[in-house]
Design a protein around this ligand. Sequence first.
Ligand code: ATP
Ligand code: MG
Length: 561
Amino acid sequence: MNQENKEKSLDFIRARVKEEQEAGKNEGKVHTRFPPEPNGYLHLGHAKSICLNFGIASEFGGLCNLRLDDTNPVAEKIEYAEAIKEDVKWLGFNWDDRLCHASDYFDQLFDWAIQLIKSGKAYVCDLDFGEMKKLRGTLVTPGQPSPFRDRSVEENINLFLKMQNGEFPDGTKTLRAKIDMTSPNMNMRDPVIYRIIHKEHPKTADKWKIYPSYDYAHGQSDSIEGITHSLCTLEFEQHRPLYDWFCENLKIHHPQQIEFARLNLTYVVMSKRKMLRLVEEGYVEGWNDPRMPTIQGMRRRGFTPQAILEFCDRVGLAKRENTIEVELLEHCLRQDLNKRAQRRLGVMNPLKLTIENYPENKREEIDAVNNPEDESAGTRKVPFSGKLFIDSSDFMEAPPKKYFRLAPGKEVRLKYAYYVRCKDFIKNDKGNIIEVICTYDPESKGGNTEDGRKVKGTIQWVESETAIPTKVRLYDRLFSLPYPEDTEEGKDFIENINPNSLQVLDTCLTESNLNKIETEIPFQLERIGYFCKDRDSLLQDKLILNRTVALRDSWVKVNKS
Ligand code: ATP
Ligand code: MG
């Protein structure tokens, strides 16, 4: 059976949510959240998490919050928070009035920290991070208790208040949960709950000198929001006992954490930290560089939200780490664009074509179909005259057998227009072909003749006077290797960057109708690929196209079962 038609069964998370809902857990309510930290732009992996969280909420009659996990003002920026909101919306999801911030809960989190101290379950520790690490032990050796572990409740409260008062410099004290230094799970060896950071926060200004750790803030934010299912990636599996410990010891609503495998994709890196390096070290033009797997990069490249959603759906959910081939992503994109994208004509390497017998000053408008896959897209008029350009690859002076495009004496169809036959060609001093001379058959308008004779080749063209000078950016994979992060000792992923990931063609020509095309709305240049207008067109006052994806699909061929 073709993979496309396989009946879909519920993934393990949906199966579990369904079962719990049917059993009446949480009174049958389902409430999820998508909790990005605003310390970078969202990437395709986040899209998967967005689809999962918003998807489950809508399928089970529940709600999904967008929560900005803004607990570390050192790495976070308003710019990132704004982009996150824009991206979630662009993907088509809606959090209504449920935009939340972990920082909204700082007061509550602080009160709960006091509660933990009072019940002897948290203490202030004076070890710095290096000393703490030494005493933490390893996977095979137990940890040692901190010398500050047995401070009295009173002393702990006193010191904790002073931490918040700004009386100690960064890194000199932490608040730690008092759990078990010998636990086989390193996360349970007295993890840090609060650290001192003298830095203003975009939402809470200078109110706080201490900020909660991820583990502490995250689960408690879930609890406050009444989340029922806290879906996260596998690396948090070992944090789940701690997640549970906080809820149990604070005696608060206890969401269920469930882990799934993160999405990895070949030929890219998909971690904010690594993408930040690409941006900061200038290997790409920014977070929204069309080669980046960020939502903003993909959008600028010409991806549609539908293609991304379809991809996330096709990838499904796994319990083990895996890497998806980028070809599947491109396949989903092509399938969507084939249905959606309007067709236009353009040539990458223009070669002049003159029609000898076409009346000197005559001009016509040719009807062209906008999308053969979608009749409702209608037709458009494309200017035509005796002076055209074709792609230089569509003419050969001495063609091999089975070359069905233009060659001396050969006839082809100009797409939507007429049959033309090559009479002659002109070379310059260097021996390069600079012009092809043809005659046309006036009876073949629309691409058919009265005598019914057939030609095998159809080529695209543009009219010389009206064609738009166009700059085209051809993107290739950002990395030369499918697993750029798998490097030898001492090397790093940067060395695997593909030096030819961007090729710019400066002398392309496209049909005049592209004057009206909107930025980032992909279309097909017939026989070439899918493209979209880049926002730089406005800045440079020239039509600039990004190639979204080429036409050929290698994924279906390889993976048809
Ligand atoms: P990165 O590793 O890229 O920095 P992150 O996990 O630190 O990502 P967060 O802002 O904490 O980024 O992520 C928000 C949500 O998106 C989390 O629930 C996280 O589990 C999920 N997520 C992040 N990366 C992926 C991925 N590659 N596949 C699926 N879900 C992901
Ligand atoms: Mg993270």
